[in-house]
Unconditional design. Sequence first.
Length: 291
Amino acid sequence: MLATPADVPGAGASPQRRILLRLPETANPALVAGSAILLFILVVAITAPVIAPYDPLAVTLGDRLLPWGGAHLLGTDMLGRDILSRIIHGARTSLAIGFCCATLSTLIGTLIGMASAATRLGDAIIMRILDGVMSVPAVLLAIALMAIAGGSATNVVIAVTIVEIPRCARLARGLMLSLRERPYVEAAIASGTGSFGLLVRHLLPNLMAPLAVQAAFVWAASMLIEATLSFIGAGVPPSTPTWGNMIAESKALWQLRPSLIFLPAAALTLTILGVNLLGEGLRHTFDVKER
């Protein structure tokens, strides 16, 4: 028996309603979980000045190392600063640095990858340079760059961006080399489409999905590198409340008050997990073969 239009869910609904009705069928668990975690962290970071109970930089020596509960929900550190307030404000630094690094790395890497795929000689030169950069471990290269430039949030963004550019450039190059062999690209060239039109109408739209997935993973890696740099004293200045700085300041007290290390580490882990789940969900959503 054939199904009538009335039997099809949402058959008479508007296009917007049909999309909403299909969401439970098409929603990816990793994408939903990652988006929820990241949205929660973003809201906390944006509203930090409002929801933080104390000034994260306020030093009160009379309240040093207070336990959980009371006026300070998560206690205080060795200088009497409120742990909860510092964790909330630390989200702003980590998310901002990670987002800036992911955006710049993706944009610059895409331009380099497209330039590399344009000519054979340029490809050989650019790829050898990128191979040389990638031969050095990411954290070591970032430490070396920070030792030259000095510690600041801007220099952290620059250093981590330089470290992550090769990953995005190699992906963009591989995609360009693959896309230009596709039949529809060859047909567009045969029909007289110019280079600019070919790039805007056929190549760039097909680069967006995989590059968005890559940007999510770069975002997570950038936050981890930033925390590592701050932990060893080569990143954001110690006066700035970041999760890496909090862990570094508390490492001498890990036996007395392990929560001083575990709480910022848990916040960092949760944020990186959310971004990675978002990237995995985007990869699954855009991967037609996997679906």
